[in-house]
Each structure stands twice: as C-alpha cells, then as structure tokens.
Write a protein of this length. Structure first.
Length: 247
C-alpha cells in the first residue's frame, strides 16, 4: 500500500490506526513521546507480520516534524499517508490557563500537523498522498473549560479544508475526522473519576455510548485508501450524533 506516518501512536486511536494500517499492508511509522509504548505497539505489528518503525519525538518541538519525515524516508523511501492524531487537552477555567498551556496546545494541536504536512510535502507529491487530521466535536460544541482545546480543533478543521484546496492539484487529499468521545487514555488527563466521566460522556451522545479506538481506525484506513480517492476537504462528524441539535 505504501508508508504511513501516524502520530500519537503509542496508545488509543494512534495505536489502533497503526495496527490496522499495518495489517492491510502499509509500512507504518509510529510517532510519540514515550519510546516504550511505541516499542510495544511496534512489537505487536511485527508479530502479526507487519512492518514498522518507531520514532520517539516530542511534536511540541518545532524541529520534530522534519526529523520524523526524514526517518520515515530513510527507512522506507516514501511517505504516502500522514495521520495527525497526537493532541494535548487541558480542561480548565479561563482564569487558570497559563501562557505555557496555551503554547503547548498551539504547538501540538496546530503547529505540528502543519509542519508535518509541510515537511512531507515533497514525498506526498511523488505519488499523490493522503492526510487525515484527527479533530474533535469540541471544535463545534461549547463546553466550559475547553475553550483552548476546542479552539485548536476548530483551527485544525479550517487548516484541513484550506490545504485540501491548495494541494489538490498535486493529487494530495486532506480530510479530517471530528470525533466524539472515544475510549482512549486521553480522558485520564482531565477526569478524576474515569467511570463517571465515561457515563457523563455517553449521556451526551444520541447513540448512547462512546466509541472504541478500533472504530475510528476503520475510518482512518478508509480515508487513506483508494476507496476515498475522490474525497478531499471533508470534515466528517464521527461522533454518535453528539453535535446534533436534539431538543
């Protein structure tokens, strides 16, 4: 199939997406801050007969994007798909946000996807490529404490549409998935009682439950595959109906 870079690949959606792509013949470049988690996912992929590379990198650092792409190119000679999944979320009242927290959200949630697409652009142009940006329903709905996270996800959706138009002449497709609540470790960063948090999140979803990471991985696979070769600039609400205005 080709070579796909997946960020935030040590756990959750990134790990599930990487495993699914590898099972379908993709070379996968696993990117994350924690080398031990990446190694575990890579070992699973290799035991199943897949091929991959783990690249430990902190995407909050401006030079990380180019380093990741260079490692992917050195290992596999190409980059055909990019899944921008890594994200930071802090849920805080306005008064508690610091400049450091603001900068971290900007650096990981917006700047890193931009720089990764930019760094991968020459390789994506070679055969036509696909980018999947993982957004959130928080970019649409209004939630106290999520002003900064929601702002970055809304910006990511604009970036997806804007670059989809700019890069379409190069046969590069860019789409985004605006996710509702998914069972991943990211909720541990804001929830003190995870069981109660999951019940609260499920109560916001018309379909009555949160998603699994494997469900999201299926959509990632679709969006990088030839099955979606005539689709670009879409922001798909994959959220169980969370953003629907139901009285």
């Amino acid at each position: 199939m080709g070579t796909a870079i997946v960020t935030g690949a040590g756990t959750g959606i990134g790990a599930a997406g990487a495993r699914r792509l590898a099972a379908n013949g993709w070379n996968v470049v696993l990117v994350g801050r924690r080398a031990e988690l990446l190694a575990q996912v890579l070992a699973e992929i290799e035991r199943a007969g897949g091929r991959g590379l783990a690249v430990s990198a902190d995407l909050a650092e401006a030079g990380a994007a180019r380093h990741v792409v260079e490692q992917a190119a050195a290992a596999f000679g190409a980059v055909d798909a990019l899944v921008n999944n890594a994200a930071v979320i802090k849920v805080l009242p306005l008064a508690d946000y610091t400049t450091e927290i603001l900068d971290q959200h900007w650096a990981v949630n917006i700047r890193a996807p931009f720089l990764l697409i930019q760094a991968a652009l020459p390789l994506l142009k070679e055969r036509g490529g696909a980018v999947v940006n993982i957004s959130s329903s928080s970019g649409t709905i209004l939630r106290p404490g999520q002003s900064v996270y929601g702002m970055t996800k809304h910006a990511l959706e604009y970036l997806s549409r804007s670059l989809a138009g700019e890069l379409a002449p190069h046969r590069i497709r860019i789409n985004a998935l605006a996710l509702g609540p998914v069972d991943t470790p990211i909720h541990q960063t804001w929830a003190t009682d995870l069981k109660a948090a999951y019940e609260w999140l499920a109560g916001q979803v018309p379909l009555g439950r949160i998603a699994t990471a494997d469900e999201i991985a299926r959509w990632i696979e679709i969006l990088v595959s030839p099955d979606s070769s005539w689709m670009t600039g879409a922001v798909i609400p994959l959220d169980g109906g969370q953003v629907l205005d139901i009285a």
